[in-house]
Ligand binder design. Sequence first.
Ligand code: G16
Length: 544
Amino acid sequence: MNIRNIKTTPFTDQKPGTSGLRKPVTVFQKPHYLENFVQSIFDSLEGYQGETFVVGGDGRYYNRQAIQIILKMAAANGVGKILVGSEGILSTPAASCIIRKEGAFGGIILSASHNPGGPEGDFGIKYNIGNGGPAPEKVTSAIFEQTKVIDTYKILEAADINIDRPGSFKLGDMSVEVIDSVESYLELMDSLFDFDRIKEFIASGSFEMCIDSLHAVTGPYARAIFEKRLGAKEGTVKNGTPLEDFGGGHPDPNLVYAKDLVEIMFSENAPNFGAASDGDGDRNMILGNNFFVTPSDSLAVITANAKLVPGYKDGLAGVARSMPTSAAVDKVAAKLGIDCYETPTGWKFFGNLLDANKATLCGEESFGTGSNHIREKDGLWAVLFWLNILAVRQESVEDIVKQHWQTYGRNFYSRHDYEEVDKDPANELMDRLRSMVGEMKGKEYGNYTVEYADDFSYTDPVDGSVSSKQGIRIGFTDGSRIVFRLSGTGTKGATLRLYLESYEPDASKHDRDTQEALSDLIALAEEIAQIKKFTDRDAPTVIT
Ligand code: G16
């Protein structure tokens, strides 16, 4: 076995963000860049020698090359066994599922999620721990510390392995098992949902659906589950072949980037149900016939209807949502008499709550929903949850959501993104708000009175760790709220996110247009934060 010790010097920009290290492909292709980060992962871990790891990615450009490098470095660093998704494909939820099922030590997932791919696009790498979830901050910080002092990495000199189909190999002393990418995940879904009932519902002929995989990782999963297992007609899954550049698209399931699906679902003869998922399969967007379900509402509806789904029929331990996510689910939790946790943005913050059985369902406004079945958000799981609800209730998506609002009131909600703005003025905007919030309580802005204003800080109820500076919240006495954050996943400049929410208990006002219902708050956000001045933009890039 020929292990080479390669001399290297640190890169100063390898701090993991909201979800791992994301950079343009060209950065990852710099000599030693990927290798430094991978070695830093191993150097920050203890007791992994001889253990099993899972590796796979969303199929984007550089996925295959990166996997070969990681395999050889893992072998050189003493890993016992690696499970790799066939063709290098593993959706993020499938990777989480396999780490848990196989009792692996951890996993390395290659994805920049919803960011565009291709030679000029983005690439990413993140480390997941043995519970199947994203490494918590103490682990990502330890990795970052290693990246600052690294001087050598280890790699096995060996030929590439054929990862195109399942099979077993040896790389030095390490075993490599190329596994079917879909099988374990499909089995898990089958154990949670009433597949027979959904199949019957689809076969009834009165129900049509359209699933858009946006040329990203969920294609093979969606075809196997919806078309083969649940009997939806061929062609139900659109853009189902993963492409290295996602067909030139932006694999982000929202109203702007999933525009083909949106056109179909908002046409005259729209199907009853539509859904899309993102680059690595952990996000989802749910649509009805001419109807959009906000991710925050989706979490609330799923929570309220959980007892209809076999895997959740015995009740929920609690729910959790990220701070900027609307409080729609809080109302459901209150009615069910269960706890509702508010965490910072980032799925990693749900891990402890799920492990400690404090929460069963979790969700984020950024099109992420999931449960304790794995430790990642899960796009197709959310789609199946909705299908299960629809199969039982036999009502339209719109009717289900509107009835929900009647019961709980409606949380009008929207996110305005200012993408790729200059970093310095974006930081100035946030610093300015930070300096203002201490004085804001009780202040009046037109009809609004500030009830609280702060820079969100979270103390994990399980391990007591504190995460501060997680976003500026300004809450008003009428229950409405404005939140400002800088994204932790962008790779160019800064992305300012403005989250707006107002609560409307009166059902006669639920049909208002969202942007119109929030127009006073939008104007107020501009007045308080001077967004136009600091971003030099007249309007947001994306409104969801
Ligand atoms: C990641 C995280 C999510 C987070 C989202 C947006 O999602 O896993 O928890 O909500 O980023 O983060 P930000 O607002 O910082 O850009 P994904 O799907 O990109 O892995």
